[in-house]
Design a protein around this ligand. Structure first.
Ligand code: PGA
Length: 226
């Protein structure tokens, strides 16, 4: 059983929701499927047979935080999990390791499974171990029974470039070694129907976090059945 997560980012509309639900509800798979649409579309997934997640949440449950999404409300809307610390949030919205950790706590407090994203940038490839160590430092010793990590090398996101399966194996083994062998780890970055199977065969990979290819219902369906 693998965990296959669709991250729509700020894409999709009502038509895609209908097509996606129809296609993905029809498949039979032993894998766990999660869709993370933009927050404004979450309610449209009421008839989805699989799990729904959010792409982000704030670290407080309510208050004067204009434009933010409450983890408490996301839970009420039917979300089972939430992506935290995606590299786009770190790069474009100034999310630091500290903020990411607070959001992780907020998700757990509201019984949402956090999917914590980590990964090195293109100019950090040589020091990837150092970068990952810094990103997961705060989590060492924290309760992680209900947490998922996603290794997403920033240079691989949306670029069509992916690490070798050996590199993915090594990075996930490194993370599990630091945090505890039972922590589920996903791989994300340019996953598609052609490369997913070989990545899923890597022994340290517990699933995939998929951006671009998750916007194509047929392609995503294929991956979920691997
Ligand atoms: P991608 O995005 O599959 O389009 O590379 C993955 C992600 O950012 O989670």
């Amino acid at each position: 059983m693998k965990i296959i997560v669709a991250n729509w980012k700020m894409n999709g509309d009502l038509d895609l929701v209908s097509a996606f639900i129809e296609r993905i509800n029809a498949i039979e798979t032993k894998n766990t499927i999660v869709v993370c649409p933009p927050a404004a579309l979450i309610r449209e997934f009421n008839d989805f047979h699989h799990l729904i997640g959010a792409q982000n949440c704030f670290y407080e449950d309510k208050g004067a935080f204009t434009g933010e999404n409450s983890p408490k409300l996301l839970k009420k809307l039917g979300c089972g999990c939430v992506i935290i610390g995606h590299s786009e949030r770190r790069a474009l919205f100034g999310e630091t390791d500290e903020i990411v950790f607070k959001k992780h706590e907020a998700a757990l407090r509201n019984e949402l499974i956090p999917i914590v994203c980590i990964g090195e940038k293109a100019n950090e490839r040589v020091q990837w171990k150092h970068v990952l160590t810094k990103q997961i430092e705060k989590f060492i010793g924290a309760p992680l029974q209900n947490t998922i990590f996603a290794y997403e090398p920033v240079w691989s996101i949306g670029t069509g470039m992916i690490p070798t399966t050996e590199e993915i194996q090594e990075a996930l083994a490194f993370i599990k070694n630091k945090l505890g062998r039972n922590v589920p780890c996903l791989y994300g970055g340019s996953v598609n129907a052609s490369n997913a199977e070989s990545i899923l065969k890597v022994d340290t990979v517990d699933g995939l976090l998929i951006g671009g290819a998750s916007l194509k219902p047929d392609e995503f369906a294929k991956i979920t059945m691997m």
